[in-house]
Design a protein around this ligand. Structure first.
Ligand SMILES: Cc1ncnc2c1ncn2[C@@H]1O[C@H](/C=C/CNC(=O)c2cc(-c3ccc(F)cc3)cc(O)c2O)C[C@H]1O
Ligand SMILES: [Mg+2]
Length: 214
């Protein structure tokens, strides 16, 4: 059975990246996905916006929805302070081992825990099973129609605190209209829009930051 695109991305990282060097892992994936096979990583341009918001948040506990190959997990985890941790939720059993391997090549396996399952099943367990109090930063990059319901779950399970920062990918394309409707014109959120471009393409895209006000 020939390999998947995600397996080919891992092969490229495993062969070309410098072990323990997160930047070289990111560069390798960006190079492969812009020159060989497009893939839905947040990419280098929107990645700079992600970096900026993560640095601003300086989170102790961060959550990512939609690990995929682990590109944004590496992007986030490389900026975390020693005591900080990233939980990343992924339900596709094919992607989990690939992401784990890519995160390990980046030398960040101690900073990231991949939780295998559907976000709607895992979010309710974060406090009880994973000893999370509240989340300082959340990166939403999973199925776009899940952004809104999963944000509401985070609220309902008391996982957001005054100042928790949500950052959502693909607000431009494929778009997440329900999420935007939920956070904009909502007294509990302060939103900022970041126009950008689709990963590895010229097409427009955007990210939205929504700070929870309590
Ligand atoms: C609910 C839930 N729980 C756990 N994992 C979940 C989940 N929903 C998706 N996931 C996992 O996240 C990943 C899914 C991400 C969805 N992202 C996308 O569909 C996506 C699509 C595009 C795109 C742009 C232009 C085009 F022409 C075509 C596609 C670009 C992107 O940046 C994307 O994130 C993988 C999946 O297994
Ligand atoms: Mg995305």
């Amino acid at each position: 059975m020939d390999q998947s695109k995600e397996q080919r991305i891992l092969n490229s990282v495993s062969y070309n990246a410098i072990k323990g060097d997160a930047e070289s892992v990111l560069d390798c994936i960006d190079k492969y996905c812009s020159q060989k096979e497009w893939a839905m990583n947040v990419g280098d341009e929107k990645g700079l916006i992600l970096d900026k918001i993560v640095k601003e948040a300086d989170p102790t506990v961060a959550l990512e929805l939609g690990t995929y190959c682990g590109y944004s997990a590496v992007r986030i985890a490389r900026l975390l302070k020693p005591s900080a941790h990233l939980f990343s939720i992924e339900f596709n059993a094919e992607f989990v081992p690939i992401a784990k391997e890519i995160i390990e090549i980046a030398g960040l396996e101690d900073k990231v825990t991949i939780l295998e399952g559907h976000a709607q099943d895992i979010i309710p367990q974060l406090k009880t099973k994973y000893n999370v109090d509240t989340l300082d930063f959340v990166f939403l990059d999973h199925w776009k129609d899940r952004y809104a319901p999963d944000t509401i779950l985070l609220e309902q399970y008391g996982l957001l605190r005054k100042g928790s920062i949500l950052l959502a990918d693909n607000i431009g394309f494929p778009g997440a209209p329900d999420f935007l409707k939920h956070v904009r014109n909502n007294e509990h959120y302060e939103c900022t829009h970041y126009p950008s471009h689709l990963e590895y393409m010229k097409a427009p895209d955007a990210m939205e930051k929504a700070v929870y006000l309590g």
